[in-house]
Design a protein around this ligand. Structure first.
Ligand SMILES: [Zn+2]
Length: 196
């Protein structure tokens, strides 16, 4: 996602999906363009679309959430995630009690499902209220990162103008950029100019 093009067009596109982990992409709903921070979440619809892109089925049909409530709660979860993930990266302890509150809103039941070949598999379906159903899986991804992830693989793009996060799943664990096509090349071009 060329963040520098976003400001040029003054048009918000989708948040970059470069994090390789849902918890990282949650943080990536804020990006930087030049010296200003771009928030990809400006309405309930923005959050719903983001959830859908990440395979989380939005709760629709019943208007159980007040207008603006999903956006408010999603942003609060993001701020919390920012805090606990930053601490985790620095290998500091953090207060996880608030994250537990989000986790406890996510109630799910086992669900037996049959694929097109007739093979049965057990999945889980949400039994939550709308906010829990939609933000619970995101909170769970954050918890999973903290409990099972490796702090040294939680990285931020090395480009000085970029604030995007990713979980480094490369074999050698040498990933440096949110995207080689944008930040990697931008950085290399700048280094090359410096040398000239
Ligand atoms: Zn970057």
């Amino acid at each position: 996602m060329p963040v520098n093009e976003i400001s040029k067009n003054h048009k918000l596109t989708e948040a970059p999906m470069v994090g390789d982990h849902l918890a990282m992409d949650l943080l990536n709903t804020e990006a930087r363009s030049g010296d200003k921070v771009i928030d990809y979440w400006n309405s309930d619809a923005d959050v719903l679309r983001w959830l859908q892109l990440h395979g989380i089925v939005p709760v629709t049909g019943r208007n159980l959430l007040a207008a603006g409530e999903l956006l408010k709660q999603a942003k609060a979860l993001r701020a919390l995630a920012h805090q606990v993930i930053s601490s985790f990266k620095q290998q500091n302890r953090s207060d996880i009690s608030e994250l537990n509150l989000y986790l406890h809103t996510y109630v799910s039941a086992p669900h037996l499902q049959q694929d097109s070949d007739g093979k049965l598999l057990i999945t889980r379906i949400s039994r939550s209220e709308p906010a829990g159903a939609m933000l619970g899986p995101v909170a769970e991804a954050v918890a999973q990162l903290l409990a099972e992830g490796s702090a040294s693989l939680v990285k931020q793009c090395e480009h000085p103008d970029c604030i995007l996060w990713f979980y480094d799943r490369t074999k050698a664990h040498k990933r440096r950029w949110c995207s080689m096509a944008t930040c990697g090349n931008r950085y290399k071009a700048a280094q090359f100019r410096k040398k000239q």
